[in-house]
Design a protein around this ligand. Structure first.
Ligand SMILES: [Cu+2]
Length: 84
């Protein structure tokens, strides 16, 4: 199992239940291990297996839920392999 973690900036959230909606929708996707959306910081951190779910599927899911998602640069990180 391989997993990467990526952070997306989310626009369009207006309360904490918006953040929960994004978490639920993303975690419904096959290949997404965990989604942590923060309303306060307008970000979601998604841990997923890139061989099972496409990056575009994640952004499409956020958009379909009614928000906009922008992947942030420089946060791509492999959560498998050597621990820090
Ligand atoms: Cu809301």
């Amino acid at each position: 199992m391989s997993a990467i973690r990526r952070t997306f900036a989310i626009a369009g959230m207006h309360c904490t239940s918006c953040a929960m909606t994004i978490d639920w929708d993303l975690e419904d996707l096959d290949g997404v291990h965990e989604a942590r959306t923060s309303y306060a910081s307008a970000r979601t951190e998604v841990t997923y297996d890139p061989s099972r779910v496409a990056f575009e599927t994640i952004t499409d899911t956020i958009v379909r839920a009614g928000f906009t998602a922008q992947a942030l640069e420089g946060v791509l990180k492999n959560t498998t392999g050597d621990s820090p």
